[in-house]
Design a protein around this ligand. Structure first.
Ligand SMILES: [Zn+2]
Length: 102
């Protein structure tokens, strides 16, 4: 298996996250900021299926990089998963390099 290096700035990952968050259904059309493949995943983990307190997990299924899980309210159409049933690869966390310019 090929090892990918993350070359995308943290800010680009945040942009991609925001685009998917605002329009979960468009996820298949949004490129990974790093490898440019369209294998992004965004799920919202919560204790129960209708719990509004959840953590978002965002990663690319191709290069296996992503953002650290953060507390987030699932948007309409967001993919909700009950904690304990999630299938998440062991992806690597993109570090905030301070380049957060939008
Ligand atoms: Zn990728």
């Amino acid at each position: 298996m090929k090892e990918f290096v993350n070359r995308a700035p943290f800010g680009e990952w945040l942009d991609a996250y925001e685009r998917v968050y605002l329009s979960p259904k468009s996820i298949a059309n949004i490129e990974c900021p790093n490898c440019r493949m369209r294998f992004l995943n965004l799920i919202f983990l919560s204790k129960t299926v209708d719990d509004q307190r959840s953590r978002s997990l965002f990663w690319c299924g191709s290069c296996l990089w992503g953002l650290i899980p953060i507390p987030a309210t699932p948007p309409p159409g967001g993919r909700r998963v009950t904690a304990g049933t999630e299938v998440v690869p062991n992806y690597r966390i993109v570090v905030d390099d301070g380049d957060n310019a939008t």
